[in-house]
Design a protein around this ligand. Structure first.
Ligand SMILES: [Zn+2]
Length: 275
């Protein structure tokens, strides 16, 4: 991969907000109107639910090398958007930009640290619009911490399997308008086993399967809602030997300004009302 994607991740949040008809967070970059137009055409009635799957470290290079890996994602989605994530390409920095629509120097997280954001976020915008929103994420993760201003629900689980189980329970209980589901599986594997090892790749396939599973539960249980669904990773990764902050050998990293870390694909789809 020699070229950087052109579309800044700062455009994500205003785009989602426009599709579901709410005000974007204060200061957020503009929406991508062509994406809004396509998604509005896909569902003329408008969207009243959102499911966002945030699989950590699932870079665009995976699609280029293993396109069949994404069949479980592609079968539920109609549009793929090539985003350029922000630097440093580490999880809290990238998710902060994804859900505020501003650059790291504006939201304030510019390194691998997880303070609660002080700027306006997607979650604040949803609460103001009267939407019930929840995040489901693993313990100690950026997603479980940086948006936690105490104004909406965050479900914290100890493993990815429990995150997936909890997310399915919440979809079935049908109490939330917007769910963000963070899965850490591939990120862990790319660090500890390597991005291209059989274990790393098997885990990446599994992440796409999780999306399929979550969307299938939405389609079975949210039959009287029009749901916007997105598969939205934070950054990619690359092979690099090193030692983690915990003193453990690692074989994969991210955080650098190279295309495999920076280029990500987001997939947008609709699960239409069936009754
Ligand atoms: Zn990582």
């Amino acid at each position: 991969m020699t070229h950087y994607n052109k579309i800044s991740l700062t455009h994500f949040v205003a785009t989602v907000c426009k599709i579901i008809g709410i005000e974007k967070p204060q200061g957020a970059d503009t929406s991508m109107d062509w994406v809004c137009d396509v998604m509005e055409d896909m569902c003329k009635e408008g969207y009243d639910r959102v499911l966002i799957h945030n699989p950590d470290a699932m870079g665009m290079f995976l699609y280029e090398e293993f396109p069949d890996m994404f069949e479980p994602v592609l079968k539920h989605t109609q549009l793929t958007v090539p985003f350029r994530t922000v630097m440093p390409s580490v999880t809290p920095v990238c998710f902060a930009t994804m859900f505020t629509g501003v650059l790291p120097e504006v939201h304030g997280i510019q390194a691998y640290e997880k303070p609660v954001l002080t700027v306006d976020t997607f979650f604040d915008a949803l609460v103001r619009a009267g939407k019930k929103v929840a995040i489901v994420a693993t313990i100690h993760s950026s997603m479980s911490k940086i948006f936690d201003k105490g104004n909406f629900d965050i479900f914290i689980e100890d493993t990815e399997a429990n995150v997936v189980e909890k997310a399915q329970e919440l979809i079935i209980e049908d109490q939330y308008d917007v769910l963000c589901v963070y899965t850490i599986g591939y990120d862990k594997r790319e660090h500890y086993s390597g991005p291209h090892t059989p274990l790393g790749i098997a885990t990446a396939y599994r992440e796409c399967g999780i999306f399929d599973q979550l969307v299938s539960v939405v389609k079975r249980n949210w039959k009287n809602h029009n749901t916007l669904i997105t598969f939205s990773p934070d950054h990619g990764c690359h092979e690099e030997e090193g030692i983690s902050t915990k003193g453990v050998p690692v074989h994969g990293k991210h955080g650098s300004d190279r295309t495999v870390d920076i280029n990500i694909l987001h997939y947008f789809g609709v699960a239409r009302r069936t009754k």
